[in-house]
Write a protein that binds this ligand. Structure first.
Ligand code: NDP
Ligand code: MG
Length: 385
């Protein structure tokens, strides 16, 4: 890579966004930041903008607009707000690559706009592919856009198939830590609290994905994400619980050979690879020592206790708008769980009922996805109240 790569970082104030800026900071002669966006965290957005000097920032929450604008005016940084602002900044001529680290469904429309403008995507926001994987991957193909995975499992698979793109994949094995409640049975999960669910054993992440990891919905969403990123069927995706989170995922080729990608759990590495592919930049990230991990262990996921994983496979097989239903219902139940309005096990019950109640659409258009998302959110809230 010769010229500096110019980045739009959507969701720069979040866990992935902040770690992306750490990567950028480590290679000042390789990257520039053109756009930063946040939703509520005006204070951190201002701090980041002063440090990284983007051309433009977007603050989603309009109430925060005046303070961001007044502060950044003297730094010559443009400030926008509102949903349409996100859609237009990703299309700026000066942007080479868009890193999507928004949370949930909010990532869908900006990603579509970026693809329409021919921008390569570094995709952290897995929900985009869960909601509308067929549409997004078709659009990317049409516009000659590459989607580079940031999610650690998908980055692992991508790293395993580099140089093997002509060799068909027999199956992939997605590893899962099992989350904080690994080994627990349903009756032990009835009264778990949000504080317990927010304690992930190996990763520090945003609240939504941390709850998804505790319910195994995160792995379910990742199964769907993998299907679209690597053009697989549901039968070609296997999940294995690997509590140490050292093997980040594996690929089995048609001769039976399995490749694994390994390392300490640290998102900066997959973020960096998405930004630097096909190159690997020398880094100071902590190195893995095998002798510190004498046992790497593997177990079958308990899909009876953690039914979200089974529901995700079911949604994927039913296809059409069903993964969109799964995602919307899940976003609602996680938000309600974080407000202490529903219990841990009830989250899965509501998702399952939504999958049974919302009308199946076999070949949804973008408008169908938007409508499905809306209807499912209403239905999920109805079921909770
Ligand atoms: P966070 O909650 O930490 O950050 C989310 C970011 O998106 C923040 O910058 C937030 O702004 C912004 N945001 C939230 N809601 C909206 C909205 N409605 N419109 C616009 N912007 C919004 O999430 P993470 O960084 O943990 O996760 C981001 C994505 O990456 C998710 O899809 C997650 O599944 C995926 N991912 C995360 C991993 C991780 O290690 N964290 C690992 C693999 C994937 P603000 O804070 O200013 O309100
Ligand atoms: Mg992951």
């Amino acid at each position: 890579m010769n010229a500096k790569k110019s980045l739009a970082i959507l969701g720069s104030t979040g866990s992935i966004g902040r770690q992306t800026l750490e990567v950028v900071q480590a290679y000042p002669d390789k990257f520039t930041v053109e756009v930063l966006t946040a939703h509520n965290n005006a204070e951190l957005l201002i701090e980041q903008a002063v440090a990284f000097k983007p051309n433009v920032v977007v603050i989603g929450n309009e109430e925060q607009y005046p303070i961001v604008k007044d502060t950044l005016l003297k730094h010559n940084i443009k400030v926008y707000t509102g949903e349409s602002a996100l859609a237009s900044v990703v299309q700026m001529d000066t942007v080479d690559m868009v890193l999507t680290a928004l949370v949930g469904y909010s990532g869908l429309k900006p990603t579509i706009k970026a693809i329409e403008a021919g921008k390569n995507i570094a995709l952290a926001n897995k929900e985009t592919l869960v909601v509308a994987g067929e549409l997004i991957t078709a659009m990317a193909k049409e516009n000659g856009v590459n989607i580079y995975p940031v999610d650690s499992e998908h980055s692992a698979i991508f790293q395993c198939i580099v140089g093997e793109f002509h060799n068909p994949i027999e199956k992939i094995i997605l590893t899962a830590s099992g989350g904080p409640f690994r080994g627990k049975k349903r009756n032990e999960l009835i009264s778990v609290t949000k504080a317990q669910a927010l304690k992930h054993p190996n990763w520090t992440m945003g609240a939504k994905i941390t709850i998804d990891s505790a319910t195994l919905m995160n792995k379910g969403l990742e199964v769907i994400e993998a299907k679209w990123l690597f053009g697989l069927s549901a039968e070609q995706v296997e999940v294995v619980v690997h509590p140490q989170s050292i093997i980040h995922s594996m690929v089995q080729f048609e001769d039976g050979s399995i490749k694994a990608q390994m390392g300490l759990p640290d998102m900066r590495l997959p973020i960096q690879f998405a930004l630097t592919y096909p190159d690997r930049f020398k880094s100071d990230l902590p190195r893995f020592d095998f002798t510190n991990y004498p046992a790497l262990t593997f177990e079958k996921p308990d899909m009876e206790t953690f039914r979200n994983l089974a529901l995700s496979f079911e949604a994927l097989k039913r296809a059409g708008n069903m993964p969109c239903v799964l995602n919307a219902a899940n976003e609602v139940v996680v938000a309600e769980f974080l407000k202490d309005r529903i219990g841990f096990l009830q989250m899965t019950d509501v998702v399952e009922q939504c999958l049974n109640k919302i009308k199946h659409i076999e070949h949804p258009s973008l408008e169908d996805y938007v409508q499905t998302d809306k209807e499912t959110r209403i239905k999920a809230l109805e079921l909770i109240n």
